[in-house]
Design a protein around this ligand. Structure first.
Ligand SMILES: NC(=O)c1ccc[n+]([C@@H]2O[C@H](COP(=O)([O-])OP(=O)(O)OC[C@H]3O[C@@H](n4cnc5c(N)ncnc54)[C@H](O)[C@@H]3O)[C@@H](O)[C@H]2O)c1
Length: 284
């Protein structure tokens, strides 16, 4: 018996990275899936996003595990796209039990140089897209008086990140969405929790601007990304963390093992939050 045996889950941003890992982990533990991704190009995002081929590959991996995965192409900025994903779950599986609101983007610029478009696009995807995802599933879960929702925030949902004011504002906001949904959902036995990933190995920071950011100078490389990762945690021998460790936390929070858990923020960060706070760039 899997830990989410017979459940139906919607995972956004499922074409690759953590979302793909969440989908496969849930399938391994007995869930059927609606996997949602492929928003097309976003003008302020300087790296490529998930593709239909990747999404189909995730579906194939799920099917190999003996579960079903239905692919829905869409953009979390669009309420209509997410409503269509929920309708698809209901028509294909008869219901939807779980949501993982995982889709997200990361762009970089000092706040005084950031354009309105760059601010807005990240807010629209990471914050509004998360609310849209909750809004799409809530009426169905409310009607059935059961449901479990996990929102993917970030360590940057509880601390600042110079160079990513748009991302931090959105991820702090996700925690507001989580806590409010936990309160509004409680009377209907709908649980809502958030995960705060630390430094996880995914394509989101495999592009030149991210390498430069992590190197602290232009001309950064992937080696700089790998070298930076251990400074984000306290545990021995960790580089960028394996997405499956975040997926295992998603699995726990979605499952009945966490049936008395709602409204929490769970860091998966190799101990980042245990670090003493210090100023890395003091002005003398
Ligand atoms: N990787 C990390 O270190 C890290 C740390 C903290 C939080 N996160 C968060 O984890 C989540 C997953 O990120 P990841 O690291 O796997 O990145 P990723 O770039 O590998 O995957 C993100 C996926 O989301 C999809 N996506 C982006 N915008 C979308 C939209 N508008 N509509 C539908 N799908 C969209 C992309 O196509 C992509 O497949 C994000 O919310 C991210 O902010 C990542």
């Amino acid at each position: 018996m899997g830990r989410v045996e017979g459940k139906v889950a919607l995972v956004t941003g499922a074409a690759r990275g953590m979302g793909a890992s969440h989908a496969v982990t849930l399938a391994r533990e007995g869930a059927d899936l609606v996997i949602f991704d492929c928003p097309g190009e976003l003008p302020t995002v300087p790296y490529g996003l998930g593709t239909r081929e990747e999404l189909d590959q995730v579906a194939a991996e799920v099917e190999k595990l003996g579960r079903r995965a239905v692919v829905v192409e869409g953009d979390v900025r669009s309420q209509a796209d997410l409503d269509r994903a929920v309708e698809t779950a209901i028509s294909e599986f008869g219901r939807l039990d779980q949501l993982v609101a995982n889709a997200g983007i990361w762009t970089l610029a000092p706040s005084w140089e950031m354009s309105d478009d760059q601010w807005q696009e990240t807010i629209d995807v990471n914050l509004t897209g998360t609310w849209h995802s909750v809004k799409a599933v809530f009426p169905h879960m409310r009607e059935r008086e059961t449901g479990s929702i996990v929102l993917i925030s970030s360590i940057n949902g509880i601390e600042g990140l110079p160079g990513a004011i748009n991302y931090c504002a959105a991820k702090f906001g996700v925690l507001g969405v989580m806590k409010t949904t936990a309160m509004e959902g409680g009377p209907f036995n709908i649980r809502c929790n958030a995960i705060l990933p630390g430094f996880i190995s995914t394509p989101i920071h495999k592009w030149q601007g991210a390498y430069d950011f992590l190197a602290g100078k232009p001309g950064g490389t992937d080696a700089d990304r790998l070298a930076a990762a251990p400074y984000y945690g306290v545990l021995k021998g960790r580089g960028p963390l394996d997405p499956v460790n975040v997926s295992n936390a998603v699995l726990y929070l979605l499952s009945d093992e966490a049936k008395d858990v709602t409204g929490i923020e769970l860091p998966i960060d190799a101990g980042h939050t245990a670090l003493p706070h210090f100023n890395p760039a003091p002005v003398q």
